[in-house]
Design a protein around this ligand. Structure first.
Ligand code: ADP
Ligand code: ZN
Length: 436
């Protein structure tokens, strides 16, 4: 396979070279961090007063974790390490679940981020020959401008269409002969269900690749996207606290995501104890940003659960690969005492060929017990056939779920496009239980 490199030297650097870069950048980052009120206090408590306290990568563990709450409590300037005149961009979370978090970027920070983004895009084989439609929301969400800058750096023809307005998305794909899109997997599946309604055939479009990210999705969802659209879909991982997209990205081998280790230090920890897990085991992803000055970020607890591959990738890149995100520690549902991640349900339902492109998980109280309902959309032709076949399908889905998740859910079959769909991150879980 032809393996494209944006920066071959750094992408294939051996471990010791990568670790040398990491240590040097960690020490620099620490000195910037010490300029912020938050880290001054946090590091002083850990008895770290200068970069000299970090002499090896093993010393990273002396540094306390940073959490989303730390960012919230120190809103808006507690983690700002440079003068406001040196800030060129601000991104922030929407703040729907509380005080927003804010990230500042200097000119150099944006430049470094765009470079990692360009490297990520290039690793998939996309190039300046491509027409790129960025279907992620622009504005404060990093999936818009973050990806945009990387795509321009690669030299792609960038269409900054933003999220939503499905009809316009499809028409734009057709008019400009879009070859690559950046989109949430759930929305890309939804757009496919609308082609017929807008009277556009797949063959009229030039689409070849999708960068899918911003929400958890299983391998079966990737397969579904690839089959329905007849394209290659590449998983893309990032979060605003660590810049945004471009933290980890799949290469042409689509064998999980290279995490750019000259830009970030990754640790996988046990979320309960904070201790590192064994090599290859899954746990919470903790990331240190090595390439951002305006808002330094040390040992950030992402709450995302994943593992690192320990075997090399055939592409020759030495940066380790991060698995699919299995869920977020705060996504976990507890149903009648049993722990359940929405991804466990997705894995079952998306494997069933009759299931179309959308599903919803609903939890409610019935008496003293929690009750789980899984609503799935199925292909329309099934509703025209023998009703007993629908019953049999429902029974089969219930049985497969039961054996995978132990719980006994009710299953509802719905027509395509009847369940709520989001143009950004999918909202799969409706929890109607009273809050304690
Ligand atoms: P938030 O969702 O916390 O407001 P962001 O908009 O920065 O913050 O989104 C980052 C989060 O989105 C990640 O922490 C992760 O949970 C999720 N995410 C991003 N990319 C992926 C991906 N490829 N697979 C699964 N989850 C992802
Ligand atoms: Zn690779």
């Amino acid at each position: 396979m032809d393996v494209p490199f944006w920066n071959r030297e750094i992408e294939t650097a051996d471990r010791s070279r990568l670790e040398t870069i990491q240590l040097e950048r960690l020490r620099e980052t620490l000195s910037w961090a010490l300029k912020t009120p938050f880290y001054q206090k946090q590091l002083r408590q850990a008895k770290i007063s200068s970069a000299d306290d970090i002499r090896s990568l093993a010393d990273l563990r002396k540094i306390p974790f940073t959490t989303k709450d730390d960012l919230r409590l120190n809103f808006p300037r507690g983690l700002l390490a440079v003068d406001m005149k040196d800030v060129v961009r601000i991104h922030s979370s929407s703040g729907t679940t509380g005080i927003p978090t804010v990230i500042y970027y200097s000119k150099e920070d944006i430049n470094n981020w765009a470079d990692l983004m360009a490297r990520s895009i290039f690793a998939t084989g996309a190039s300046s020959a491509d027409v790129f439609q960025n279907m992620m929301t622009y504005g404060m969400f990093t999936g818009g401008l973050g990806m945009h800058y990387g795509a321009e750096r690669v030299g792609m023809a960038v269409i900054p269409i933003g999220g939503g307005n499905t009809k316009r998305q499809i028409k734009t794909m057709k008019d400009f002969r879009t070859t690559v899109v950046h989109v949430t997997p759930s929305y890309l599946l939804h757009v496919h269900t609308k082609l017929e309604e807008f009277d556009i055939k797949r063959e009229e479009l030039a689409l070849k690749k999708a960068f899918t990210g911003a929400e958890p999705h299983s391998e079966d969802v990737r397969k579904k996207i690839e089959q329905l659209w007849n394209i290659d879909a590449y998983n893309s991982y990032g979060l605003s606290e660590l810049n945004g997209p471009g933290v980890a990205f799949e290469c042409v081998y689509k064998n999980d995501m290279h995490l750019w280790e000259d830009g970030y230090i990754v640790e996988i920890i046990d979320p309960d104890t904070g201790e590192p897990v064994r090599d290859g085991d899954s746990g919470e992803v903790v990331l240190t940003n090595l390439i951002r000055r305006a808002t330094p970020m040390l040992r950030y607890r992402t709450r995302d659960l994943a593992y690192l591959h320990t075997d090399p990738c055939p592409c020759g890149r030495t940066h380790r690969r991060l698995s699919r995100i299995m869920g977020r520690t705060d996504d976990m549902l507890i149903i009648n005492g049993i722990n359940l991640f929405p991804s466990q349900i997705e894995e079952v339902v998306m494997r069933i060929p009759e299931v179309a492109t959308n599903y919803i998980i609903q939890v409610e109280k019935r008496g003293d017990l929690d009750h789980l309902t899984v609503k799935v959309e199925i292909y329309p032709k099934l509703f025209l056939g023998d009703p007993s076949q629908l019953e049999a399908l429902k029974g089969r889905i219930t049985e497969e779920l039961r054996s995978a998740i132990i719980l006994h859910p009710s299953v509802e079959l719905h027509e395509p496009n009847s369940l709520p769909v989001s143009e950004g991150k999918a909202k799969r879980v409706i929890d109607l239980r009273p809050k304690e």
